[in-house]
Design a protein around this ligand. Structure first.
Ligand SMILES: [Zn+2]
Length: 389
């Protein structure tokens, strides 16, 4: 803006001040703030500074002069729970329940608070008892959500499914992905009990519940493969190509095995080449290189490696390229290239799967993070943890 025109800025500023004056009755604001006892402000300050002990002290002091205040008791109880002092949190919340005069909403809120306290204390039976007692529209969704979490903690997947459906019916929340995971957990239990038919039933239900989820397709293919139904496994796994091709990385070895067993590994190589043409997924490049070496010979595989190196600049592909060059060199130069390969191999670090939510790293892929317990936070491809990564 031209310097001489700076005063033009004053127009929007005056407009804003006028608008604020119209919205806020300044006199009223001053009167209200005088009505707020200074102890509230003191307690609020402690809370804002994360000094929970001092905040509790101030609020308890305040509650002596205002013993009827239900809100104060809820605030004190929540602070005790946040601090992990469950005995006192329960005492405060149960004290509220003992009051003869409470509105329905306040009573439900107190029942919910007691349920939450028992849940945090690890007393799941008592938590369930209280959470099931919550009724009415206002606090019911939270109670159902907590009940679902409670069943998940206990691996009670059938009940988790029931409450998750109830939550959807009550609030309209789209929790299809969550319900599908619960169904797949039930399928996994069937598999440990060698009940393949039960597993197939739950996995099919999970696919209907969340058609975009890769997990039931992957697990269903594994059940078919275990039964020797290789073509069916292949058909299910290739469905991943449409919804989420990166997840093929998780079953690329099994996919190659099935094609091998049917004597159609060429088809597998052709299909994987199509996918990596669009998206050079590291694990699929490795599979293509392995199959190309086996089916087409070293020369064709090295051509592929050169192509991958150009596309990805990944050190992994420099090694086969150098190996192919090495064969045509004189002895001294060959030794130097050999040394270079050795150096590159030290840079080719192990890859790890990493949770996108909490950063927890693992050697295997998890559908549910073992650290933060969230679902679907692991990408299907591992990341390089190393100097060149
Ligand atoms: Zn995590």
């Amino acid at each position: 803006m031209n310097f001489e025109n700076w005063w033009l800025l004053s127009f929007p500023l005056f407009f804003l001040l006028g608008w604020l004056a119209a919205k806020i009755d300044v006199k009223q604001l001053v009167t209200e703030s005088k009505r707020i006892p200074s102890t509230y402000i003191e307690g609020l300050n402690f809370l804002l500074n994360e000094e929970k002990d001092k905040a509790i002290e101030v609020l308890i002091q305040l509650s002596r002069s205002e013993p009827e205040s239900v809100e104060l008791q809820f605030a004190i109880g929540s602070l005790f729970r946040d601090k992990g002092d469950m005995q006192r949190a329960l005492a405060v919340h149960q004290g509220l329940l003992d009051r003869p005069v409470l509105t329905n909403s306040q009573r439900n809120r107190a029942v919910l608070a007691v349920g939450r306290d028992f849940m945090k204390s690890g007393l799941y039976d008592r938590a369930e008892e209280f959470l099931r007692r919550v009724s009415g529209d206002e606090h019911l969704p939270e109670a159902i959500k907590l009940l679902t979490d409670l069943y998940v903690i206990q691996n009670d997947w059938a009940r988790a499914i029931d409450t998750a459906y109830k939550l959807r019916a009550t609030t309209g929340v789209k929790n299809n992905a969550q319900i599908a995971h619960f169904m797949i957990e039930l399928a996994a239990i069937c598999r440990t009990e060698r009940d393949d038919e039960g597993a197939i039933k739950w996995l099919s239900k999970a696919i209907s519940e969340d058609s975009l989820s890769p997990r039931p397709l992957i697990d269903l293919g594994n059940v078919f493969k275990g039964q020797g139904r290789y073509q069916e496994a292949i058909n299910v796994w290739w469905k991943l190509e449409k919804c989420c091709p990166k997840y093929i990385a998780l079953i690329s070895d099994e996919l190659m095995d099935c094609h091998q067993n049917l004597g159609i590994k060429n088809q597998c190589l052709a299909k994987i080449k199509d996918i990596i043409e669009v998206d050079p997924i590291h694990e699929l490049l490795l599979s293509a290189f392995e199959m190309s070496t086996e089916l087409q010979g070293m020369e064709a595989a090295n051509d592929l490696a050169q192509d991958f190196l150009r596309k990805t600049s990944d050190v992994t592909w420099a090694i086969p390229v150098l190996n192919s060059i090495k064969a045509n060199l004189e002895e001294t130069s060959r030794q130097e290239v050999y040394l270079l390969i050795r150096v590159l191999e030290t840079y080719r670090q192990d890859k790890q799967y990493q949770c996108e939510s909490c950063g927890f790293q693992a050697n295997t892929h998890y559908w549910r993070c073992p650290a933060c317990r969230l679902w679907d936070t692991y990408p299907p491809t591992a990341i390089q943890i190393g100097a060149l990564g």
